[in-house]
Design a protein around this ligand. Structure first.
Ligand SMILES: Nc1ncnc2c1ncn2[C@@H]1O[C@H](COP(=O)(O)OP(=O)(O)O)[C@@H](O)[C@H]1O
Ligand SMILES: [Mg+2]
Length: 212
């Protein structure tokens, strides 16, 4: 079982949106996925309530219950756990980061997001945790200067995962209906990006480990 956490200092950069879409893309690629929503805002628990999909359980889990909950999932042969977190310093986020095999730090190509990512990256390094940056909500033109600057800034601190995810209405439309982009528009570019993202992540994840 492998565990991925979406974590960053900055709110609103797409942790919950990407966690939901990645969970479905990984499931479509054959993983047995479970999602833990550790944010008191419970965006993903509410998304799951609309979704009504028994094959993709989404549970609210506190930091205290996380270790036992993970052992439980391992016993159920879950292959991938995706953790969604609130602000970085909260106990829920720190517990999730400590337990995860890989942290994904999403950032918009905007100065405040990049600064926040630098801080998050430094803290993850101090915690001796593996992490990757991911640019989200990029403007439509691929070569936009703002994106290039964001790429350079993030690459100076750590690994930047590809593809860059663009700002697209389908992300909002899909999640509002309890869906992911690969379900709402399977042939669209957002869906293709999420499938590519899962493959890029899969290559970086360590082999399954046994929880005791
Ligand atoms: N790639 C994207 N394209 C368009 N809208 C996006 C994208 N990613 C996130 N959003 C929107 O940005 C807002 C913040 O996203 P959210 O996932 O709630 O961030 P976080 O969980 O980090 O606070 C939401 O309204 C969401 O629909
Ligand atoms: Mg969120």
């Amino acid at each position: 079982m492998r565990t991925i956490v979406f974590a960053t200092q900055k709110g609103g950069c797409g942790k919950s949106t990407l966690a939901a879409c990645l969970a479905v893309a990984a499931q479509e690629a054959g993983e047995r996925v479970s999602v833990f929503d550790m944010d008191p805002k419970k965006s993903l628990v509410r998304w799951a309530a609309k979704r009504k999909d028994g094959d993709l359980p989404v549970c609210a889990v506190s930091s205290a219950k996380l270790p036992a909950a993970l052992i439980d999932l391992a016993k159920q042969n879950v292959s991938l756990v995706i953790l969604d977190t609130p602000a970085f310093e909260l106990p829920a986020s720190l517990a999730a980061i400590k337990t995860a095999d890989l942290s994904i730090v999403p950032a918009r190509p905007a100065l405040f997001d990049i600064w926040a990512s630098e801080v998050t990256g430094r803290k993850l390094r101090l915690m001796d945790k593996q992490f990757v940056f991911l640019l989200n909500q990029c403007p439509p033109t691929r070569e936009a200067l703002r994106v290039q600057e964001g790429v350079a800034a993030l690459q100076a601190i750590g690994t930047l995962l590809r593809p860059h995810i663009r700002a697209r209405a389908i992300f909002l439309e899909a999640l509002e209906r309890g869906k992911a982009v690969t379900e709402a528009d399977p042939k669209g570019e957002a869906a293709r990006d999420m499938r590519e993202l899962w493959l890029a992540l899969k290559r970086r994840l360590p082999l399954s480990r046994t929880l005791r």
